[in-house]
Ligand binder design. Sequence first.
Ligand code: DHB
Ligand code: MG
Length: 224
Amino acid sequence: MYAAEPEWRAVDSYFAGLLVPEDEALAAARRSGQQTTMPDAEVAPNQGQLLALLCQMTGAARVLEFGTLAGYSTIWLARAAGSQGHVTTLEMEEQNAAIARSNLARAGVSERVDVIVGPAGDSANKLIADDVEPYDFVFIDADKPNNPAYLQASLALTHAGSVIVIDNVVRDGAVTDPSSPDPRVQGVRAVVADIAQDPRLEATALQTVGVKGWDGCTIIRRRS
Ligand code: DHB
Ligand code: MG
């Protein structure tokens, strides 16, 4: 359970109740997160809807996800990509991938999703070596120390105009501590520094509060 003020939860449930109704497939995927190696780490409903909106607003049909877990965000992304779209999602743990596959089937999106099991960096390098068609949208939400490597792989797998979103960049404000001993914080700080100095990228970061506590995401657009 995240440290979230009751007021943050109330506001999330007010908006989500009106604007982000979960169908049974999404609700089941969320519940099954408890059986994964990282309970509660899936995005909040309103964050899932944000990912879907960003995909739809940019007309993204090919989506790459780092970190599948139970496939909750994967369902949002697959539905947003549409019946002609495709999602490739990279997951370290076979246990989680099995749970995700069953959630994706229940949501009716199995045909448009590939779950690839193994270290996400290796899987992404294989996609690069296979010279796959570039992705329009990337969601980076796996092990945080590897964020810089996942961004570099994403840059090899996208095109001008592609959007890249990175989850969990605030972590209760820890991101501002340059001497944090937490490798996840250092992974976030390193990737933000990489974004800042890359002339191909324009980006912002938003801190959020809600059912997942105090956190945030970075939203990047590739200009070239
Ligand atoms: C953690 C990872 C996540 O992607 C998330 O959304 C929440 C927590 C974690 O590493 O603890
Ligand atoms: Mg996350």
